[in-house]
Design a protein around this ligand. Structure first.
Ligand code: FEO
Length: 403
């Protein structure tokens, strides 16, 4: 029997997944975002009286995309190439597809067109700029576009096919996970929700307000959506409402009765304070996730912050500053601007101090409101009274979270 490589996957009659699976990627956006489970670059091919390819893949995976297209049609005929987003993981194979089908007519937003020309200045192609409300007929089906600027690039848009009740929203509702299964009913849903949360927290969190508005706008459009096919991870066909409801929760940032304590320590003094704070929070009825930053993955910590109400950050003072291993989390939080979080800084010092003020300034720069300022600070090692104070502050934080 002949080997059966690179099969497309049928989503509905005439709509196929033709993307690529990246089993090996462990960091995304350069070294920023850990992807322990790899990812997929999803592209979709619609075969009607005319054909349309929605998005491509990362350039090193172009042969996988082309092989899948050839399983459906050989020679491949692409009438329309929809570019929902021009980031390299989706438009990297754009030149290869234009070489394969030079007559393909590109459909994209104005900002996507500008980005394509900047990325591929020597490539000429026919194109139409589309906007929210533009509809292009393929025959029995139509491509309908919804601009989604800053979700998460200025060029981003969603493609909706009403005849299939199918929304193709590119990065929105995605998850970084490489699997041989393509649908939410073929995989542990807890696993994909966890990856979806990590994706939201690390990529989409700064755009909470815009996402909230976009969800409202789509709700008002009253679209019939039975399948959501994002550009990463599995396709939501069993329960697309689950991920939409999760997004509606995440945009609010209010979180559960949960706190994240992220810290590091030199000689365990700051660690003792972290544990006392945790005990107080737990006694107050809160779930706590405790992370020693030198042995924790920062993207995983940020995922846990997404649905937590409180963020407690601890560092001892070294050279009048915070420990270098604590700094990257705070840098990221300043950029991600988590919404509706309460913070507390804590730590030990030897003689001069200084870390506490830096921690508090960084938390405030991340728009995190402080429960107490200054938070608990201890010279040398915490004694019983110091630990009692941390415990009580943990309880106070629990009250605030639950109140
Ligand atoms: Fe998956 Fe914004 O690229």
């Amino acid at each position: 029997m002949a080997a059966d490589f690179n099969q497309p996957v049928s989503i509905t009659d005439g709509v196929y997944w033709v993307g690529a699976i990246d089993w090996n990627i462990r960091y995304f956006h350069g070294p920023t975002f850990s992807t322990h489970r790899g990812t997929t670059y999803n592209a979709y091919f619609i075969v009607d009286e005319k054909t349309a390819l929605v998005d491509t893949v990362y350039e090193p995976f172009k042969e996988e995309l082309i092989a899948r297209l050839k399983r459906i049609q050989d020679p491949v005929q692409i009438d329309y190439l929809v570019v929902n987003h021009t980031e390299s993981d989706h438009a990297g194979a754009f030149p290869a597809i234009m070489e394969l089908c030079p007559g393909a007519h590109v459909l994209c937003t104005q900002r996507a067109f500008e980005s394509l020309k900047a990325h591929y200045p020597n490539l000429d192609f026919n194109y139409t700029i589309v906007k929210t409300g533009t509809s292009i007929s393929l025959g029995k089906r139509s491509l309908n576009f919804i601009e989604a600027p800053m979700l998460h690039w200025p060029d981003s848009m969603f493609t909706y096919i009403p005849e299939e009740s199918l929304l193709i929203p590119n990065d929105a509702f995605g998850q970084h996970i490489a699997t041989t299964t393509r649908f939410d009913d073929e995989i542990d849903v807890g696993l994909i929700m966890d990856e979806a949360a990590k994706y939201y927290a690390n990529i989409l969190m700064p755009f909470n307000n815009l996402i909230g508005k976009k969800l409202e706008e789509i709700q008002k459009m009253n679209l019939d959506i039975k399948i959501i096919a994002p550009s990463h991870g599995v396709i939501w066909r069993k329960d697309p409402g689950r991920i939409v409801a999760a997004y509606a929760r995440w945009v609010e940032g209010k979180g559960d009765a949960k706190a994240v304590i992220a810290y590091d320590t030199m000689w365990l003094a700051t660690e003792k304070m972290a544990h006392a704070l945790m005990d107080g929070l737990v006694a107050g009825g809160c779930e706590v996730k405790l992370f020693k930053l030198s042995v924790s993955d920062r993207s995983d910590v940020i995922k846990e912050i997404l649905d937590a109400r409180a963020v407690l950050v601890g560092s001892p003072t070294i050279n009048n500053d915070i420990l270098p291993v604590v700094s990257p989390l705070l840098d990221e939080l300043v950029g991600l601007r988590p919404k509706n979080k309460i913070g507390l800084a804590f730590g030990a010092y030897g003689w001069g101090g200084g870390a506490q003020k830096i921690l508090e300034e960084r938390l405030k720069a991340a728009k995190i409101e402080l429960l107490a300022e200054p938070g608990p600070t201890v010279k040398w090692v915490p004694g019983a009274e110091d630990l009692q104070r941390c415990y009580e502050l943990g309880q106070e934080m629990a009250l605030r979270i639950k109140g």
